[in-house]
Design a protein around this ligand. Structure first.
Ligand code: ZN
Length: 465
């Protein structure tokens, strides 16, 4: 519930494109979940009963968003067989085996997912698209858990549940009709609380079945009024025909794509990194007409893609293994969201849950040293991610300076969903070296607060714990 008397976030710095570090401080007043006013710090007198949060000059940025995160298969590395090759087929194999035990230990499933949500919210996340698998191995166990957690956390974080087919919908190359996994997915897609239906078409026995998989998912989304989300074009093979064109072709044939307000999102999309300028221009034209969104998953993509293969192929350099979000925006005008995808599992053994670490990673990975590129990175884990999952309208103000037009600086009437980075004195630190101490605001209320406890031998005194 939004506080009826409002919240004043006092003494914050905003991500304005200032040249120098002495940026002015502001007070942001929030009422009924939205920004009511932004005034010079100290110049407004809060309502007697307003909640006042002293930010001590910390930096306020839009709250963060996981536009793509797997709620059920996080933190399972210890439950999987040891990794030998670290390859994608091996990841599927060991994860499938571990998954078979999910229904036998629902408490473990619930505890892992709860930890993921809690840590995310404490780092500043107020919205996430959470994938839960539905298939003959886990049945509805993961879905039930996800729907329950989405309700439990509704006042703290918007959790969008994806009924997700990680497994093939067609059992065999010879299959004409989809199999049991599809039947289960149909049931799942009709459940109240499910917002998205998704799949990984590349797991199908061949390309023809992958295309049918896309068709089935889009039809389910259309039938139940859902968003659709595909793990798509997850390769770096210039000879592989990108499936994004097939998805767009199918979207064009459905009036639902133009009238429903629902989005079709593609995750990974590493193959698009090999696009020519002409292909990007074609994609941009299509995205201006159709609600297609792109989410890159750098921690997974860099780990898994572009390795040396047994034939001795030269590995792809790190920066080429995932979509270069700042460059794609700079050169082609296409916004790409960045998201965490997995943590501590065979698909992504390493990496933090904190979306801001992706922005930092992007600075080095893509070798970007300019503030406009840093703003793109900050946006990619916050506002662009919210647009990609369809909870914030896209589009930006035109004809204004970067800080007025890119949505990073709050405006009156905006949703009051923020994270304050304490200790940061410049907005650039949110991207370059994001600190641990944070306060998360959702609908104008404080929903999480995180502080490091420190001690060092030079301080004197005793270690307290
Ligand atoms: Zn994924």
């Amino acid at each position: 519930m939004a506080s009826p008397n409002g919240t004043v976030i006092r003494n914050v710095r905003l991500p304005c494109a200032e040249r120098y570090s002495e940026t002015p401080a502001w007070d942001v007043t929030c009422i009924d979940g939205r920004v009511q006013s932004i005034t010079s710090s100290g110049s407004c007198t809060p309502h007697d009963e307003a909640t006042v949060i002293e930010a001590n000059g910390g930096v306020l940025v839009p709250s963060l968003c996981h536009s793509h995160i797997h709620l059920d298969k996080c933190f399972i590395l210890g439950q999987c067989d040891p990794l030998i090759t670290g390859s994608l087929p091996e990841a599927l194999q060991v994860t499938n085996k571990a998954k078979a035990d999910f229904p036998k230990d629902v408490d473990n499933l619930h505890a892992r997912a709860t930890y993921l949500i809690r840590e995310s919210v404490e780092s500043g996340v107020t919205a996430m698209r959470a994938f839960v698998e539905v298939d003959t191995t886990v049945g509805f166990t993961c879905l039930d858990m996800g729907l329950q957690l989405a309700k439990e956390w509704a006042e703290v974080c918007h959790i969008q549940i994806v009924a997700f087919a990680q497994e093939a919908l067609y059992a065999l190359e010879a299959s004409i009709e989809p199999g049991l996994n599809y039947n289960l997915l149909c049931d799942a897609a009709s459940r109240p609380g499910v917002s998205v239906v998704g799949s990984a078409p590349w797991v199908e026995p061949d390309r023809a079945h992958a295309l049918k998989n896309v068709e089935l998912i889009l039809s389910l989304a259309e039938k139940h009024g859902l968003h659709a989300d595909f793990h798509l074009d997850y390769n770096l093979d210039p000879r592989a025909t990108p499936m994004v064109w097939d998805v767009l072709q199918q979207m064009r044939q459905r009036s639902w794509c133009r009238s429903s307000g629902k989005r079709v999102t593609i995750g990974h999309a590493t193959r698009l990194g090999l696009f020519s300028p002409e292909e990007w221009a074609e994609l941009k034209r299509a995205m201006d007409m159709l609600p297609l969104e792109i989410v890159a998953l750098p921690q997974s993509d860099i780990y898994m893609m572009g390795r040396t293969d047994p034939s001795g192929k030269v590995p792809v350099p790190l920066a080429g293994r995932t979509l270069n979000a700042p460059q794609v925006y700079r050169d082609h005008g296409v916004r790409v969201a960045l998201s965490v995808n997995n943590v501590e599992n065979a698909f992504t053994p390493q990496g933090s849950l904190d979306p801001l670490t992706l922005a930092s990673l992007g600075v080095a990975l893509f070798q970007v040293g300019t503030e406009p590129d840093w703003r793109v990175l900050l946006r990619s884990v916050s506002t662009t991610s919210k647009e990609a999952i369809g909870i914030m309208p896209g589009g930006e103000a035109s004809g204004k300076s970067a800080d007025e037009g890119d949505g990073l600086v709050p405006r009156v009437g905006d949703p009051a969903d923020f994270v304050v980075l304490h200790g940061a004195r410049r907005w650039q630190s949110a991207v370059l070296s994001p600190g641990f101490d944070r306060t998360t605001f959702y609908k104008g209320n404080v929903v999480a607060r995180r502080r490091a406890q420190t001690w060092n031998a030079n301080m004197g005194g005793e270690i307290t714990n």
